[in-house]
Design a protein around this ligand. Sequence first.
Ligand SMILES: [Zn+2]
Length: 382
Amino acid sequence: MMSLPKVVLHEHIEGSVTPELALVLAKKYGVSLPVGFLYEEGEYDGVDFPSGRYQYDESDFGEFIRTYDVVADLIREPDDYYLVAKDYLSRNSQKGMVYCELITSAHHLCFTELPDGSSELDSRKYHDIMDAIDQAILDVKAEFGTETRLHGCAVRHLNLSDIERSVRFIKDNPRSMITGFNIAGNEMAGHFSDFHYMHDLVDDIPLAKSYHAGEICGPESIRSALDCGAKRIGHGIAAIKDESLMDELIANNITLEISPSSNRILVPEFNQSLDHHPLRRIYERGVRITINTDDAGLFGTDIDKEYQIAEQVFGFSRVELLDITLCALEAAFISDETKQTLMDSVYETFSDSDKDVLKQTCLTLQSGALYERLHARLRCLN
Ligand SMILES: [Zn+2]
């Protein structure tokens, strides 16, 4: 599995911090972490969690958010962001990641309270941090060849004026590595229609859109994300509840960024189990899906672990996983030229036996959206 080329389209930079790195940052700032914040050595499987394990009740969303906030508060200076980005990108590159999109939030990066009680997003701090993240991206590219791009992001559970400020800030502070615009945060707290008036503003930002929807809320949240111009959907697993929506996703080449471990932990209806997760059913229907880490540090995962879950829990074959990697590259917010180079290198990893398996899969399927796509892959390989 390590050698199979993989793509991450959905990872939040603050959520990527491993316990090991959290300890380094806590020490740097003299912060004492809450009692029981991390499992002690011997209390967890060190093979499964090579960089340590956070201790929180996985069935309690509030505890997850509290853990997230403690971790996010440890990342303060440009050097910290360099460390965090470099650590995530290097570790995952060693496990086959060839392309990654990281989600950044100006609100997290540079929200500053002023002496008069008001607040601002500090653009100088922002650009210093972004320069450091760019440097991490370049260093990882030099070492592993991995391409990485960034998203600017509005956090929907903030109040409307904070969201609007983030959107304006992203528009006024373009960065060459930022190729995507994302809306993230608690789906229950802010619906797309709540800030509908802002979408004209968002339309002015020359960035491709991927919006979180259909994770906790239902298919209607995916429809409204699409109405607001999303080309990709973060999570989107609720699509399984709406056949006509799935037809629409297929017809319009909309890609879902699915994160199995994240969904298992955060989506209450799964009850901490992947038994009823629709990953396989959505894929077989022919909808374009990708596999992601979401908040890799918090969930104790990496992209190799998520691909392994797809294989072992959901029965994806190597050829299907390669198809998923190709779907991710096709949906990547990157120039056509770089996209083609990356796709060519993935096609080159198909062995003769992979091609035979692909041929057999097409013969078995005979028709449908998945057949059409896999058959097109076969033509590319010949
Ligand atoms: Zn997310």
